[in-house]
Design a protein around this ligand. Structure first.
Ligand code: FA5
Length: 345
């Protein structure tokens, strides 16, 4: 055996003994640098191959390579063992108990008001109504004047209003100003739309009235539209929304923008008609106002009242949801109580 080979073998035996004592990634890397790195002992010794004779070089070279591969394999094995031990130590230090039950996530759901709005839209969609988007911030002119309530008209008192600091700009008190926008957009075409959205009134908040609530306006304009069309549409809606057989009451009423006007009540599900605080002890819950579009409003929308007629209605989806789900206080809708949202949503 050549001297070089003897030297390499002795070095390998010593290196293997040292490797067995390496217990961390750092010490195994230091070992690598000491023996197999660019300036390591093994690498430097292998450079001595060049001094050997032509006959010796291939034999010693092959044996030297085998020694080097043996050391590389030993290092790999040692590093795998160190990594495994380090991972196990880290896991037990973190103290993760994989047998613990997981924490469940709360799953969101559609808000009861939105769910009701979707249901209403679907029912009217089947009757050929399209959804028309109208602004929540209106002007005094569209919210009142063009709906046949000029400045000083006593009917303005029916809607206590939030005014902004910009003169004439208000939060809409109802979805009816959307009628003017829709008519001006569609005229002279016939119209069959619903206008869902939020309304704002400076009201005393009670079990049945909120300051901010939703409405769904309905507007139909065409030739020969009559009160029977209004009645048929609303009866069909109530039957689909609440199921056949609910009692429905058309009460004569007054709105400046419809003539004649009605309010529509459904028998109160909460008390079965015997009277409770939600229905104000009448047995009925008002869900909407409606009527034939006043000729003045048709004209303000651009339609000739001698050629066109129409009907309109405005309903409160929260009141409808209260009836459907037996909710006895409208304030639950906007107080973010998850128990309520989970039960009714
Ligand atoms: C109006 O707002 C009219 N614009 C409705 C209308 C439209 C009539 C088109 C004729 C033609 P009223 O103020 O009654 O009317 O409100 C209509 C519906 O909105 C009520 O029946 C009720 O369901 C709902 N509503 C009214 N005020 C509140 C409130 N404070 N909180 C919750 N829902 C309300």
């Amino acid at each position: 055996m050549s001297d070089l080979l003897k030297q390499l073998e002795a070095m390998a035996v010593q290196a293997e003994a040292e490797l067995a004592t390496a217990t961390t990634s750092d010490s195994s890397e230091a070992w690598y640098r000491q023996y197999l790195g660019r300036t390591g002992e093994m690498t430097t010794a292998l450079r001595g191959l060049g001094q050997l004779s032509r006959e010796e070089r291939p034999v010693v070279g092959k044996a030297a390579n085998q020694i080097k591969q043996r050391l590389e394999a030993a290092l790999q094995e040692r590093q795998d063992a160190i990594r495994q031990a380090e991972m196990e130590a880290a896991l037990s230090a973190e103290g993760v108990d994989v047998t613990l039950p997981g924490r469940s996530q709360n799953v969101g759901r559609i808000h009861p008001s939105n769910a009701t709005l979707r249901e209403i839209s679907q029912i009217f969609g089947q009757m050929g109504f399209q959804v028309y988007d109208a602004p929540e911030v209106e002007t005094d002119e569209t919210n009142f004047t063009l709906l046949n309530m000029p400045d000083g008209h006593p009917a303005r008192d029916m809607w206590d209003t939030f005014y902004t600091t910009t003169p004439g700009v208000i939060l809409r008190t109802h979805t009816s100003p959307g009628q003017i926008h829709a008519m001006r957009d569609y005229c002279p075409q016939p119209i069959r739309v619903i206008l869902p959205g939020k309304c704002y009134r400076h009201e005393d908040v009670t079990a049945r009235s909120e300051m901010m609530f939703h409405q769904v306006e309905g507007l139909v304009v065409g030739r020969n539209i009559t009160f029977s069309d209004l009645k048929g549409t609303l009866v069909n809606f109530v039957n689909q929304m609440f199921g056949e057989g609910r009692s429905l009451r058309f009460r004569k009423s007054y709105f400046p923008f419809t003539e004649p006007s009605v309010e529509v009540d459904v028998d109160c599900v909460l008390c079965g008609g015997s009277g409770c605080r939600v229905c104000k002890y009448t047995g009925w819950l008002e869900i909407l106002g409606a009527g034939m579009v006043n000729p003045v409003v048709l004209q303000n929308g651009g339609y000739d009242p001698s050629q066109f007629s129409g009907f309109a209605f405005g309903m409160g989806p929260e009141r409808i949801a209260m009836l459907k789900h037996g909710v006895d206080d409208i304030r639950y809708f906007f107080t973010n109580d998850v128990r309520f949202l989970e039960r009714v949503g």
